[in-house]
Design a protein around this ligand. Structure first.
Ligand code: FES
Length: 232
């Protein structure tokens, strides 16, 4: 049996240190593509990092070898205390019902991807979701939310609409805001806390890599406010 079969894909938060990744998870840059007005419109795949079965990703924001850890967290005495809610998504989210689609919104998970904003915002589009064009925009924009703060639900089936992602990690870049963003866990990767807590597995999650989130281990958008750059 090779390592790929032997080790389940997971990301483990280490105490005041990096994320330890195991299970052969592909790593690539993912860029927020915007229109002339700076609105987030599409995800653009950037370069792939060389394959590795296991690797450590910087969580303090100060590695000289981002996105990988170089041990700087020890020198700067990084405080990586996990402060985020450990309640399941459903317990954190508000429900907004529209005529054909509904929206659930767990605001604390916002990673400032801004895909929600175009076309009058998903909070207004959901109210018009009985119209095909509004429904299509609502669904696309909600599915593009990297953190999974926003989830679209089909009222006819009662089921969420989720993009299909293979288990992988994206290193987000946000050229419109001239900053680097969080790590994007896609495809249902198990996240494990420093104390062994197994966070709810979700299709889309964003992890802080600038070190400044107040909602660790998740991104809270602070990377944009501090102009985080990774030199990539
Ligand atoms: S990467 Fe978003 S707050 Fe740190």
């Amino acid at each position: 049996m090779d390592d790929k079969d032997a080790v389940p894909a997971s990301v483990t938060v280490t105490r005041n240190g990096p994320y330890q990744v195991s299970g052969n998870l592909p790593l690539s840059r993912q860029v927020i593509g915007s229109n002339a007005g700076g609105e987030s419109m599409r995800w653009e795949a950037g370069r792939d990092y060389p394959h590795a079965t296991r690797y450590s990703l910087c969580r303090c924001g100060h590695s000289a070898n981002k996105p990988f850890c170089d041990g700087t967290h020890q020198r700067i005495a990084f405080d990586g205390t996990e402060t985020a809610s450990r309640e399941p998504y459903a317990a954190q989210a508000k429900l907004i019902r529209g005529p054909a689609m509904s929206l659930t919104d767990a605001e604390a998970l916002c990673a400032f991807g801004r895909f929600c904003d175009p076309n009058g915002s998903v909070w207004n589009l959901v109210d018009a979701s009985d119209a095909a064009a509004a429904r299509a925009a609502f669904t696309r924009q909600t599915c593009d939310c990297p953190s999974g703060r926003l989830v679209a639900w089909d009222n006819a089936t009662g089921k969420p609409v989720e993009p299909a992602y293979a288990p992988s990690i994206g290193v987000i870049e946000d050229p419109a805001k001239d900053c680097g963003g969080p790590l994007w866990l896609r495809g249902g990767v198990q996240l494990v806390g420093a104390d062994g807590f197994r966070y709810e597995v979700r299709n889309r999650m964003t992890l802080c890599r600038c070190g400044a989130s107040q909602n660790k281990p998740f991104c809270d958008g602070t990377h944009a406010a501090i102009g985080f750059r990774d030199g990539g």
